[in-house]
Design a binder for this molecule. Structure first.
Ligand code: 8YV
Length: 327
């Protein structure tokens, strides 16, 4: 009976994942890998038993209002589910799942790469070489900032935040964090991490701030102009989570005027659009949402999607069910 389950996958996924899906379910793939339009999403929710969307699909209440009775599961390929109106889906009796865990290390590596790269100006050095402008070493050229002994403030101490903390600790950074609530005393001790109930107070004292929280109504523009202003002029901001957590226009202004020293951004408020003011700034390293882009990670994300669908189809609770109340 599972073979009869109609699955619509909105983006091209790693080939082994697609092959397995075809084997197990009645699967419709997106061969040319275009981003689904609103109309295509509506068509998909009217025909599919299971929709497999990604971060690029906006499954809002308008799309969900058009869903047919047959749609039972939205099995997101991705950890973040801010593209889905989960509340609306659940109210309609549609289960939502995601793929946490398997992209933790890759995303944390990426955040750490940015933490290492931005203060040491790797992007600036690389541009010099690409443009053939290296005309000799001098003792005072391309001086960056040392990491060891500095304070890293992590916003969002979930799986990825903790994985960033473990890496950063090995580089001699002091770990601070802000979260809705403190992590367990054991985790805090292992990470040597200091909890800040007040984000404002933490921000004023950090050398690097890393965003690792999901985008929810509560975290939208958490880093607004006022909060960015609290940061030290010699501090850096790193975002591998969601662009919406930072007011991008306010950040661009702060970076241009030297209110903060630099930024490493892998995510943007209106992807794929990037605030034009951010482009070309020497103190900014921009990347096109690559945090979880490893062959292993993307394959395991696909495997998780399959497990969620299979478990659901077998009449059990899928392992990665998203519960709206905890968002
Ligand atoms: C993916 C991500 O690029 O999982 C997430 O939340 O942002 C990334 O891992 C994307 O979600 C794929 O849908």
């Amino acid at each position: 009976p599972v073979k009869k389950l109609k699955i619509v996958v909105t983006r091209k996924l790693p080939t082994p994942v697609e092959l397995r899906m075809m084997e197990l379910f009645d699967t419709r793939l997106n061969h040319d890998d275009h981003a689904f339009t609103h109309e295509e999403l509506v068509e998909a929710v009217q025909t599919a038993d299971v929709l497999v969307p990604t971060v690029t699909d906006r499954i809002d209440s308008k799309v969900l209002a058009r869903a047919g009775e047959q749609l039972r599961l939205i099995a997101q390929f991705g950890a973040g589910v801010d593209n889905i109106d989960v509340q609306s889906a659940v109210q309609r009796g549609i289960t939502v799942t995601n793929t946490p865990g398997v992209l933790t290390d890759d995303t944390a590596d990426f955040a750490m790469a940015l933490i290492l790269a931005v203060p040491r100006r790797l992007h600036e050095g690389s541009r010099v070489m690409d443009q053939g402008l290296f005309d000799g070493w001098t003792p005072t050229w391309m001086m960056g900032r040392r990491l060891a002994g500095k304070r890293l403030g992590i916003i969002g101490m979930g799986r990825i935040g903790q994985a960033v903390a473990r890496r950063a600790k090995a580089f001699g950074l002091q770990i601070h964090y802000h979260n809705r609530k403190p992590v367990s005393p054991r985790t805090e001790e292992l990470l040597d991490a200091t909890y800040w109930d007040s984000l404002d107070q933490m921000l004023a004292r950090m050398d690097i701030v890393s965003i690792n929280c999901p985008h929810t109504p509560a975290t939208f523009h958490l880093m607004n102009a006022r909060r960015i202003d609290l940061m030290k002029p010699e501090s850096y901001i790193i975002n591998t989570a969601r662009g919406e957590v930072i007011d991008e226009a306010a950040l661009a202004r702060a970076l241009k005027s030297g209110k903060i020293a630099g930024a490493g951004l892998d995510v943007f408020e209106r992807e794929p659009a990037v605030n034009a003011e951010l482009i070309g700034l020497p103190n900014v390293l921009l990347l096109p949402h690559m945090g979880s882009a490893t062959i292993e990670g993307r394959t395991e994300m696909g495997e998780k999607v399959i497990i969620n669908i299979k478990t659901f189809a077998d009449g059990h609770r899928p392992p990665d069910r998203v519960i709206p109340a905890i968002l």
